[in-house]
Ligand binder design. Structure first.
Ligand code: ATP
Ligand code: PAU
Ligand code: K
Length: 243
């Protein structure tokens, strides 16, 4: 069994996989990591291997504690990937984006796929039918947009994410919800449309912490899935262990 760990910008997401099937998933704060891994180890004593993807530098203690317990792959720009990376600056590409593209290659081989990950940031990542990764886009996530309106102004309150009641926001709160939520929805719908103009048979995946909230409100047809990145990491682990 495999322990699959996605260290995001805000949370750590952990999946336990039995071959290609996810049997357990949790989202935790960074500070609960050690405790959670011990609990999982007791619950799933058959875990032998682990893979870690991190968007930031991991502490030496973190690396040591995982290595001691499992045979571990730390995803970096050198680990072998099932696609060709045509990003102009491949070594600055986010590790999480590498994992998302790997998931797209395994689940939708020989297809044009756009992966949208709505988390701390919203990332767009495109791979074509030839399994070439071309790049995409990075923009602020929902929570970040609410926070930046508050942080960079004197008067705007910090609001929790909420569906706007109307397009024409008629109060400060409604105007912010309309701007942030409708802004993100129109951005996603608009970019999907632009990609579809170039790649008519495009498959669109929406994942990340805000995928569920957004998917119900998007015009375009998409696959919404919360485990896409973890599945990508599990595939990369299998791919590298079989070599
Ligand atoms: N229980 C929750 N607490 C806080 N934010 C949440 C929660 N559930 C969903 N979210 C949303 O999830 C987003 C955070 O993204 P995600 O859960 O994908 O993980 P992350 O580690 O923060 O980000 P990433 O993986 O993109 O680095 C925020 O924009 C927030 O609106
Ligand atoms: C964009 C984020 C922050 C999204 O988690 C991450 O993928 C990252 O730090 N990327 C590095 C820059 C890049 O991908 O080109
Ligand atoms: K993201």
């Amino acid at each position: 069994m495999n322990l699959v760990i996605d260290v995001g910008n805000t949370y750590i997401k952990i999946g336990v996989f039995d071959k290609s099937k996810i049997v357990h998933k949790c989202v935790i704060e960074q500070s609960d990591f050690e405790k959670t891994v011990s609990i999982l180890q007791n619950e799933y004593p058959l875990i032998t291997d682990a893979i870690v993807s991190a968007v930031s530098n991991l502490s030496d203690d973190f690396v040591k504690s995982i290595k001691k317990k499992f045979k571990t792959v730390f995803l970096d720009h050198i680990v072998k990937m099932p696609f060709e990376n045509l990003y102009a600056t491949p070594t600055t590409l986010g590790i999480d984006r590498l994992a998302l593209v790997a998931a797209a290659v395994y689940q939708f081989p020989k297809k044009d796929v756009l992966v949208i990950d709505a988390g701390t940031c919203i990332t767009f990542d495109f791979k074509n039918q030839r399994e070439e990764y071309l790049g995409g886009a990075i923009s602020p996530g929902l929570k970040m947009r609410y926070e930046s309106l508050h942080n960079f102004t004197a008067k705007l309150p910090l609001l929790e994410i909420k569906e706007p009641k109307k397009t024409i926001g008629n109060s400060t709160e409604e105007a912010i919800h309309s701007g942030v939520v409708n802004g993100v929805l129109n951005e996603i719908d608009g970019l999907i449309k632009e990609y579809c103009n170039i790649y008519p048979g495009l498959t669109v995946i929406l994942t990340g912490g805000d995928a569920h909230f957004l998917s119900k409100r998007l015009k375009n047809s998409i696959f919404a899935t919360s485990n896409f990145l973890l599945e990508g990491l599990n595939y990369i682990l299998a791919f590298n262990n079989s070599r």
